[in-house]
Ligand binder design. Structure first.
Ligand code: GLA
Length: 405
């Protein structure tokens, strides 16, 4: 009898083993946090990460919703004789576990970076062949977020490589937000929703509103270039709670004008993009902080429906972006792509909103919506009359519309 039971149990146990999947219930709204790369590049150490965490709390960013403190490339030391990865002992002398404990004690979460190839983009050890071991190590340290890059992956298949790491993370047992970073090369929006919680849609961002930076064998891209690079109508089909398009980490506070930073942030909010700050938040200006913590803009980004906005119209240098929100509301963002100020008149009645993807619509002939201005506390109005405004160059006018009761 015992033998039979044992025999019966083996297939049952095998069937109830770790059923590989992505961690559910994470990133139900676009993840918010900070990442070291855009400002600090390879210049990372535990002191910086702790100071950034302190600043996240003291500046009010944590209260505004920023949660993840993410270390990008170059934290790595060597693998030991068993293959386990360790942080650079000079830069992280206390070790990753101690750093994670510090971050967690502040109510924040710690993110780390690796690469699906043999080496990271900056030449540090990649996870190729060590996926399960790295995932175990990260879980032991208490890591909450993994950005997984795509350098040095010659001959690998992206979907397969990301699936392997997803399964490794799941097997390691500690819930981790999994951030796919293969730059949109193999259309991750078509396959990544069950693999990661966000996926990069383009190459790297550059701290310029309307430029391309030539690095020789690769380019990085300004805000408008990223906005235009992919077919947003295709991308937005794949976005939603737990799975987001990622147009890259933000450059707010990294040298663009206040108008440009405001427009960049507004667009990322309209796109339901992850809001990962990329500036030195220990020493940011009042204007930068005000942009990063604008509660109305963040509410647009974090709306529970998780609908990615779309371009409603575009005339000359002016784009009109619309994002359906919960409770029948809409966010509208008028973007002046040009350098010169532009005067506009928007006749609501001639511009019904009709989002074919979600069926959400607003007919301004039938209903009047009242609005508040995201960036100007005192500007309120309604859609009963045309909207007239002057929008400075590289800036936005952003409104939240709610039905008049
Ligand atoms: C790639 C990524 C960047 C950054 C660097 C680090 O370029 O796209 O976001 O992580 O690697 O080397």
């Amino acid at each position: 009898m015992k033998k039979i039971l044992l025999l019966l149990m083996i297939p049952v146990l095998a069937g109830t083993g770790v059923h590989a999947q992505k961690f559910g219930g994470l990133a139900m709204t676009p993840p918010m946090g900070w990442n070291s790369w855009n400002h600090f590049g390879c210049n990372v150490d535990e002191r910086l990460i702790m100071e950034v965490a302190d600043a996240m709390v003291e500046s009010g960013m944590k209260d505004a919703g920023y949660l993840y403190v993410n270390i990008d490339d170059c934290w790595h030391g060597e693998r030991d004789s068993l293959g386990f990865i360790h942080p650079d002992p000079q830069r992280f002398p206390s070790g990753m576990k101690a750093l994670a404990d510090y971050i967690h004690s502040m109510g924040l979460k710690l993110g780390i970076y690796s690469d699906a190839g043999w080496k990271t983009c900056a030449g540090r050890p990649g996870s190729r062949g060590y996926e399960y071991q790295d995932a175990m190590q990260y879980a032991g340290w208490g890591i909450d977020y993994l950005k997984y890059d795509w350098c040095n992956t010659e001959g690998l298949n992206a979907e397969g490589a990301y699936l392997t790491m997803r399964d490794a993370l799941y097997a390691a047992g500690r819930p981790v937000v999994f951030s796919i970073c293969e730059w949109g090369n193999s259309d991750p929006w078509e396959w990544a929703a069950d693999i990661g919680h966000l996926w990069r849609t383009t190459g790297d961002i550059y701290n310029c509103f309307d430029c391309v930076k030539d690095h020789g064998d690769w380019n990085s891209w300004g805000v408008l270039q990223i906005l235009d690079m992919r077919d947003n109508g295709v991308l937005r089909r794949s976005a939603g709670p737990g799975h987001w398009n990622d147009p890259d980490m933000m450059e707010v506070g990294n040298g663009m004008s206040v108008s440009e930073d405001r427009a960049h942030f507004s667009l990322w909010c309209m796109l339901a993009a992850p809001l990962i700050a990329g500036n030195d938040i220990r020493s940011m200006s009042k204007e930068t902080l005000a942009i990063l913590t604008n509660r109305r803009a963040i509410a647009v980004n974090q709306d529970p429906l998780g609908i990615q906005g779309y371009k409603h119209a575009s005339v000359d240098s002016l784009d009109v972006w619309v994002k359906p929100l919960s409770d029948g509301r809409f966010a509208v963002c008028f973007l002046n792509r040009g350098l010169n100020a532009t005067e506009m008149e928007f006749v609501w009645k001639d511009n019904p909103f009709n989002d074919r993807l979600t069926g959400r619509a607003a007919d301004f002939e039938k209903k009047i919506y009242r609005f508040e201005n995201v960036w100007e506390d005192t500007h309120r109005g309604d859609t009963g009359a045309p909207l007239r405004a002057t929008i400075p160059g590289h800036d936005v006018l952003m409104l939240i519309l709610a039905e008049q009761r």
